[in-house]
Ligand binder design. Structure first.
Ligand SMILES: Cc1ncc(COP(=O)(O)O)c(C=O)c1O
Length: 430
């Protein structure tokens, strides 16, 4: 039996964890922001490091007893720097949203102008949604995509020239195409704005060489560690330069970005770092530096382009017509259903996706016109092109028979048979 001490201490929670594991084993997760970490990462997360307080940074702590914690955090930082090719890494943000919040705090005064991609066109909440901290405390303005779903860099440039943001954000949560970081940097420079590249979704592709890197273009880079990077939940902030450890808040200049970021994370926004999480990030970064990980990153993209081609050949309408990365967005209204209905039908067939808006969506965000799905998690499980083509068949059948219970049950049994050949955590199989 897995997790014997949890079973003894809390059978109710243990039972739910085991049921969640069974759910994952029986289905195929295609939510593009999710992944399957290694069991080594999970073991690091479950260590005794969770008990330790270590406010501050390595060798500058407000608590004693941090000699090993310092070494763990330094290892995580060094691995992040080497992997991405930057000179400064802050590995303490609790997750992606707090990391972005720290960048705002570091670079802006409340009320200053930020320009980021709208949530309903593929951006993230923290890129300026009105009900998010970014839209509440800052003058957050959004750019969109064109009707086909492509970022129109000329339009972004014209808007930036008009609204003169202090911070321009590139990076997306539901965008199937390559980001032109050089172009975004040129736009930021032309209006004297800082450029933040939020590569949360594509970090694993960037380190694998399957997507261009923002390093050398963006002033600051944020990334979650739990998406294509295959780490624990968490985030990092990367930049070039070195922190100077000033006694008072440094001026908001490019040279001071490392110090500004460190001060914003702690003591600006957070207290003690989550050391078990930092250790697990270090483990994931070690794995991400291997040749196998490069192969993995390219396989994610191969699987996504195979899936996109298979679905398109059946007549499905993908936003932008396909994908360059790990995800795609499909307009399901062309099949006579809504995003929610598609999400439910696929769920019954054992395939987990999420509903999503499409550009200029005439429907409401809670029941939009599209779905978003991708290949990071299934690639971690070892599925390749033939299995992905099989999945495309199952998806299409489910989407074209969304209320046919017998049909969905039949697809589900086939999806489960496929899923069982590729257990998410082989080491945990009995
Ligand atoms: C581009 C982007 N930035 C930030 C985040 C926020 O990460 P978290 O959910 O860990 O706060 C996400 C999460 O989906 C994301 O896609």
């Amino acid at each position: 039996m897995l997790y014997p001490h949890l079973l003894a201490g809390d059978p109710e929670i243990h039972g739910l964890v085991i049921q969640e594991l069974a759910r994952r084993r029986a289905g195929i997760d295609m939510i593009p922001s999710e992944n399957v970490t290694s069991v080594a990462v999970i073991e690091a997360l479950g260590t005794i490091l969770t008990d330790k307080y270590s406010e501050g940074y390595p060798h500058k702590r407000y608590y004693g007893g941090n000699e090993y914690i310092d070494q763990i955090e330094i290892l995580a930082e060094e691995r992040a720097k080497a992997l991405f090719g930057v000179t400064h890494a802050n590995v303490q943000p609790y997750s992606g949203s707090p990391a972005n919040q720290a960048v705002y705090m570091a670079l802006l005064n409340p009320g200053e102008t930020v320009l980021g991609l709208s949530l309903s066109y593929g951006g993230h909440l923290t890129h300026g949604l009105k009900v998010n901290f970014s839209g509440i405390y800052y003058n957050a303005l959004n750019y969109t995509t064109n009707a086909e779903g492509w970022i129109d860099y000329d339009a972004v440039e014209a808007q930036a020239k008009e609204v003169r943001p202090k911070l321009l954000i590139c990076g997306t949560t539901a965008y199937p195409r390559t980001i032109d970081f050089a172009r975004m940097a040129a736009i930021a420079k032309s209006v004297d704005a800082f450029l933040l590249a939020d590569i949360s979704h594509i970090a694993g592709l960037v380190v694998a060489g399957a997507h261009p890197s923002p390093v050398g273009h963006a002033d600051v880079i944020t990334t979650t560690t739990h998406k294509t990077l295959r780490g624990p939940r968490g985030a990092m902030i990367l930049c070039n330069g070195l922190p100077s450890n000033p006694l008072k808040a440094p001026e908001r200049t490019r040279e001071n970005i490392p110090s500004l970021i460190d001060r914003a994370v702690f003591p600006g926004l957070q207290g003690g770092p989550h050391n078990h999480q930092t250790a697990a990030i270090a483990v994931a970064l070690k794995n991400a530096a291997t040749e196998e990980f490069k192969t993995y990153g390219h396989q994610i993209v191969k699987n996504a382009t195979t899936l996109a081609a298979a679905l398109t050949s059946k007549g499905c309408r993908l936003i932008t017509g396909g994908t360059d990365n790990h995800l795609m967005v499909m307009d399901v209204t062309a099949l006579g259903i809504s995003g929610s209905e598609a999400d439910v039908a696929l769920g019954k067939a054992g395939i987990t996706v999420n509903k999503n808006t499409i550009p200029n969506d005439p429907r409401k965000p809670f029941d939009p016109s599209g779905i978003r799905f991708g290949t990071p998690a299934l690639t971690s499980r070892g599925l390749k092109e033939p299995e992905v083509e099989e999945l495309a068949e199952y998806m299409y059948s489910a989407l074209t028979h969304p209320t046919d219970a017998a049909m969905l049950a039949d697809i589900q049994s086939k999806v489960t048979a496929l899923a069982q050949k590729f257990p998410p955590y082989p080491e945990l199989e009995a």
